[in-house]
Design a protein around this ligand. Structure first.
Ligand code: 6GU
Length: 244
């Protein structure tokens, strides 16, 4: 490996490893995987269970509905992931609706990580001591992350969303890096990100609808100005009045 190349390794632990594996094989992520830019492992959490039924959860202390995933099982899974890794720092992502909101800024931060471990739990959650324990470890950074204000049944789909956002930012994964610079959310820092302007291609008239005249003019400066205005307008419209 050349010295300017960064090794990126992602380990996903889940009770649905086949779902995670098959989803990741497709598209851009699959290509980056095949090319050796990143390495992704999808692991069966039940492999760490001790009983015949391969139990990974138990009833909650204090009572209530649902089950909680056992810290013992998760501890073994995460420790194994560390054992097989050469990385000095491990970024542990715990997808949870109670986490901080996932943003482009967070994706950028995580795209620089050497080794990411994603612990997919069911939505009732993983015993809170797992997060607490690894936060106390000097070679760990723990990220409890939500992908939005709604509830899904498990962390798997959230993990896929995060992986897609993170991996496309790894140098070499996207063929044309200019496309990264122009898009929504990457222009400015996160809080000031503008949403994308509308795009058009041929034909010039479709079902009676034309294309804004300016885009056919060839005036690059005016086009850039028009696009910036449309971005600001759209941001104001769907995200409310913020700046200016
Ligand atoms: Cl990360 N997990 C679950 N179960 N639900 C969510 C979520 C994560 N983010 C938003 N809703």
């Amino acid at each position: 490996m050349k010295s300017n190349e960064v090794a990126h390794h992602i380990d996903v632990y889940s009770i649905f490893p086949d779902y995670v594996h098959s989803a990741l094989q497709n598209s851009l992520i699959g290509k980056a995987w095949q090319s050796g830019l990143i390495e992704i492992g999808s692991h069966d959490l039940r492999g760490f269970a001790k009983d015949l039924h391969r139990t990974v959860d138990d009833t909650p202390y204090g009572g209530g509905a649902g089950m909680v995933m056992m810290p013992t099982i998760w501890g073994e899974a995460i420790d194994q992931s560390v054992e097989f890794s050469k990385a000095k720092i491990h970024d542990l992502i715990i997808p949870t609706p109670a986490g901080e909101l996932f943003t482009q800024k967070k994706a950028e931060e995580l795209s620089r990580a050497e080794h990411i471990i994603i612990a997919c739990g069911r939505y009732e959650g993983i015993d809170a001591r797992v997060s607490e324990y690894y936060q106390s470890q000097p070679n760990f950074r723990v990220h409890e992350i939500s992908i939005g204000d709604y509830v899904i049944n498990g962390g798997e789909a959230a993990a896929l969303v995060m992986i897609e956002a993170i991996v496309r930012l790894i140098p070499g994964v996207i063929g044309n890096p200019d496309s990264l610079l122009e898009e929504s959310h990457t222009l400015l820092d996160d809080e000031e990100a503008l949403l994308e302007y509308p795009s058009y291609t041929k034909p010039a008239i479709w079902r009676g609808l034309g294309v804004p005249e300016i885009l056919l003019s060839g005036h690059h400066g005016k086009i850039a100005q028009w696009r910036l205005e449309r971005s600001k307008e759209r941001t104001r419209k769907v995200r409310g009045l913020t700046r200016e």
